[in-house]
Structure formats: structure tokens, C-alpha cells
Design a protein around this ligand. Structure first.
Ligand code: SF4
Length: 375
């Protein structure tokens, strides 16, 4: 059995970093902004309250770094929700097992129909999303969907329950190009409070999942936390440390980072992240300055005005025209969504906005007729 290196995180580390998170002063921020290779102390400074007044400089620096790496482009993708079945209880999610709602899992034919509807919007990069249901939406189902869609879709990404190395290897062979895994929070107490039932309650297993994806040879890994579950400064700092830890072991991995903010969802009381738009912009810029190689991904959870700013400056990828319910594009558009979305513009409208700002939308960066991209 292959043993993965374990990313070390515990309550006392989280508490210690949280206590330090507000300490940096203006001079620490200025030093971080001029550092050729910012370290963790620089990132801490850029995330601190003292950095708030430097937001215009941070945005300019992060935008410059993004354009040096990826030019004036933005890759568009869309999520394809395969199932809203879930055996977990997460306090912030409309798919939690206790939420009374109509549950469904798409048949293979329905998944094909949904993929075709997304492609008809022009989008060739599809993120397959499931609730976490090992028995009904387990690896056999995911393999069948992947093998069926692979010949027609340029790039397939997966967001499902964490799996084992052998499962990820099979999915890679079948056609999955990238895996998204949200840790939700690195604060053990908050993690336990918000994940009260099911396999997801095992924080250590989830924490180890990105290493299993890397060990399986999948070339692109998406990571993130759900902002608002705990102290956002500390969660983002530990996410960056986790990313560096993985890079030390798998230098060839490409990283995408997505940082959704807590939103109201079906069946749950209204809840908000407490992370303002300014905080959000600050933390995204801080991460990009710290790790210019990572690709920031922006979802339709954010408002059109904020998305316009992010998509034309520091973001590398963004979802567009998203439906967050299984069958939402073509099969059953009336079913309940996982969370509310703010930007309901079509992909064509997003593309037009990008072009007006001199950014080229990338609908797909590979063609399925060419076969699998060499990784
Ligand atoms: S966040 Fe994921 S695991 Fe938790 S209830 Fe929602 S779908 Fe299930």
C-alpha cells in the first residue's frame, strides 16, 4: 500500500496562526509587495487588516502577474450536476441528507443530453459534480459517465466525494483531466461543527485527498475552502501552505484555487460568509501575488459587477451560465439548486463583456478529435 505524505494541521496550529493574522503592520505589507518571491510571512501581511489600504497596488500587481503567465485570456467552463444524492450532513449545503427535496441521479443518456446542452452554449470544458453518495454515485457510475462523455468533450473535470488512489487512477485512464477538492476549512473545531454526519465528518481523510489525486497522476488539482466557516485569513494561509506542501512532493502538478463564500441554500437558514467584496478581492490578490503559478477560478456565486472586475484582471478560469441542479440545462430545469447564484448571464454575454475589456474568452483549449492531451 502506498503511503502519502501527510499535511500536518491541528487546532493549536490553526489557533496560533489566527492569533498572528492581525499583527502585520504597514511596513510588512510594503515589504511583501516588493518581495521578488513572497514567503509565508509576506502572505500573512498581504492577508492582514493592514493590507486593506494597499488594495489598488495589490490588484495591479496580481493583474500584472496573471497577464505575464496567461496573457489576456480567460477560460470558461460549466458545471454538470450529475446527482443531488448525498449521505452527508453539511450545515451549509442544500444537498444535505436531511433536506427534504426531490433527489435524482442522471442516467448516462441524461448526462449526455446535459453535456450536449452545455456544448451548445459553446463551452467545451465541463466540471462533473455529484453530491457524496458512495453507493449510487460511486466510482463505477463516475467511470461510466466519464467513458461516455470523453469522446465528445474537450476537457473533463471532476468534483465528487474524495476517493482512493486506485479509483483516481481508473478515472484518469477513463478521461478525467482534473479533480476539484474543497477542504471547506482547516479549523478542526469548525470542521467538526459543520460536518455532523457521514464520511465527510472524517477531516483527516479529506485532508489527505489532494495527495491521493496527485499520487494517481492526475495533472491538475483544484483546491479551496468555503469562506465564512472559520477565520478566513487563517484558512487561506493554511490553504497556501497545503499547496506548497503538495508542490514539494509533486512539482509537476498544476493548481487551480476556488474560494467560494458561504451563501444561503435550499432548506437551510439564511447564512452569510462575513467576507465582504473588499476582503474577497484582497485575499484573491494576496494568493496570486504569493503563488503566481496558480490559476484562480471564479464561480457564478459572485455578483456580475464583482465578476467583471475579477474576470478581466486576476482570474484564469470562470464558470458561466451555470445550473446547480441535476438536469438543470436540458433534462429537468425545475429541480432544486445546491446554492443560489448571482450572475445569471449567459456564456455569450460573459464572452461579450470580456471582449469589450480586451480579454479573449477561451471556450476550449483542446479538441476531443485530437484524443487525450499528453500529461
Ligand atoms: S457540501 Fe457536498 S458533502 Fe456536504 S451535503 Fe453538500 S453535496 Fe453533500
Amino acid at each position: 500500500m502506498q503511503l502519502n505524505p501527510v499535511f500536518p494541521v491541528n487546532q493549536s496550529l490553526f489557533d496560533q496562526l489566527q492569533q498572528q493574522s492581525c499583527l502585520p503592520d504597514r511596513s510588512a505589507v510594503q515589504q511583501a509587495l516588493s518581495a521578488a518571491k513572497p514567503d509565508f510571512a509576506d502572505l500573512q501581511a498581504l492577508l492582514s487588516p493592514a493590507a486593506a489600504e494597499f488594495l489598488p497596488q495589490m490588484l495591479a500587481r496580481a493583474t500584472q502577474l496573471k497577464r505575464q503567465r496567461s496573457g489576456r485570456t480567460l477560460a470558461l467552463f460549466a458545471p454538470l450536476y450529475l446527482s443531488n444524492l448525498c449521505s452527508n450532513e453539511c450545515s451549509y449545503c442544500g444537498f444535505s441528507r436531511s433536506v427534504a427535496m426531490k433527489r435524482r441521479i442522471l442516467t448516462i443518456a441524461e448526462a449526455q443530453q446535459e453535456a450536449a446542452a452545455i456544448q451548445a452554449l459553446g463551452i467545451g470544458q465541463i466540471l462533473l459534480v455529484t453530491g457524496e453518495h458512495q453507493r449510487k454515485a460511486g466510482v463505477d457510475y463516475l467511470l461510466e459517465v466519464t467513458q461516455t462523455l470523453r469522446p465528445q468533450v474537450a476537457k473533463l473535470l471532476l468534483e465528487s466525494q474524495p476517493l482512493g488512489i486506485a479509483d483516481y487512477q481508473q478515472l484518469r485512464t477513463a478521461g478525467i483531466d482534473a479533480v476539484m477538492l474543497y477542504q471547506e476549512t482547516y479549523d478542526p473545531q469548525s470542521y467538526t461543527r459543520h460536518h455532523t454526519f457521514g464520511a465527510k465528518a472524517d477531516m483527516a481523510y479529506r485532508l489527505d485527498a489532494p495527495a491521493r489525486v496527485a499520487a494517481a497522476g492526475i495533472a491538475q488539482l483544484g483546491m479551496g475552502v468555503l469562506l465564512g466557516l472559520s477565520d478566513w485569513r487563517t484558512d487561506v494561509l493554511l490553504l497556501a501552505q497545503h499547496l506548497r506542501f503538495l508542490q514539494q512532493h509533486w512539482y509537476q502538478l498544476a493548481f487551480t484555487v476556488a474560494l467560494p463564500r458561504l451563501k444561503p441554500c435550499a432548506g437551510q437558514i439564511s447564512q452569510h460568509s462575513g467576507v465582504s467584496d473588499r476582503d474577497y478581492l484582497q485575499l484573491l490578490c494576496a494568493l496570486k501575488i504569493f503563488a503566481p503559478e496558480l490559476s484562480l477560478s471564479i464561480s457564478t456565486r459572485d455578483s456580475p459587477a464583482l465578476r467583471d472586475l475579477l474576470l478581466t484582471s486576476i482570474a484564469c478560469t470562470a464558470s458561466a451560465g451555470s445550473k446547480t441542479q441535476p438536469g438543470g440545462y436540458a433534462v429537468a430545469p425545475e429541480s432544486l439548486a445546491q446554492f443560489s447564484i448571482d450572475d445569471e448571464r449567459s456564456p455569450a454575454e460573459i464572452a461579450a463583456m470580456l471582449r469589450r475589456s480586451g480579454i479573449a474568452p477561451v471556450w476550449q483549449d483542446w479538441h476531443p478529435l485530437l484524443g487525450r492531451r499528453a500529461v
